[in-house]
Design a protein around this ligand. Sequence first.
Ligand SMILES: NC(=O)c1ccc[n+]([C@@H]2O[C@H](COP(=O)([O-])OP(=O)(O)OC[C@H]3O[C@@H](n4cnc5c(N)ncnc54)[C@H](O)[C@@H]3O)[C@@H](O)[C@H]2O)c1
Length: 266
Amino acid sequence: MGRLDGYAALVTGGGKGIGRAVVDRFVAEGARVCVLVRAQADLDDLVATHGDLVTGVIGDVRNWDDNVAAVAQTVNRFGKLDVLVPNAGVYDFSDPFESIQGADMTERYRQLFDVNVLGYLLAARAAVDELRKAEGSIVFTLSSSSYYAGGGGTLYVSSKHALVGTVRQLAYELAPEIRVNAVAPGGTRTGLGGLPGDERALADLDGFEAMVARNVPLGFLSEPEDHAGLYVTLASRSESRFVTSEIIRSDGGIQVRGRSRKKTKT
Ligand SMILES: NC(=O)c1ccc[n+]([C@@H]2O[C@H](COP(=O)([O-])OP(=O)(O)OC[C@H]3O[C@@H](n4cnc5c(N)ncnc54)[C@H](O)[C@@H]3O)[C@@H](O)[C@H]2O)c1
């Protein structure tokens, strides 16, 4: 018996990284999963691995119609929607605030917030009727940057802080039918990418692994699979029936250590 036997889920950005690990784990626990992904190759790979236990829509989380299509695809293929995992995100590679020209701020803000915040709101809005019917739940991907400075730049950190409010307000408004929770990973070995035109990937950055290992009490860079079981726990009605507005940190224990100082006062 899997912990999610018979569940139908939708994961945005489920083709790579943490989202992919959640899809793999959900399937292993008995769920059928739809993804909203940008690349056909990601969907092809999922289908090659999991066959008709997965399906997907190629699209962009910033687009309302794509979110509606992903919910419809889930329900058409699997009959219902029990769990939504808004997860697709982009990073700002800790660009210092003062490196962003004032004239560029609006554009940069929109590029990042439209994926990291608006994309989550659109997914939740598109899914809410089906989640209510199924008495299901939302499990958002947040971040250690939802709590701490220094793990990203001002745009990324403020976008992830905004999602704490999103979890709380939706947990309040959508109860009692829909539970709303989140997992907040810390540094994870993924190809998390940046804004348009930025070819960098988080885990390829020189020193990233050592920096994370140095900064967390548990002393290592996590893998996407390290977080996936927590999504299962929060999604499961039997394991988390009385849990909403909870954010589980999966970050190596940053809260008992904090980050190192950025500059020393001279
Ligand atoms: N890697 C880390 O250290 C880390 C830590 C904490 C939180 N997170 C968060 O985890 C989530 C997943 O990131 P990841 O690290 O697995 O990186 P990833 O790049 O492997 O996964 C992100 C996915 O989002 C997709 N995506 C980006 N923009 C999109 C758009 N407009 N429409 C549809 N899909 C889009 C990408 O194609 C990719 O598949 C993000 O929200 C990220 O902020 C990552």
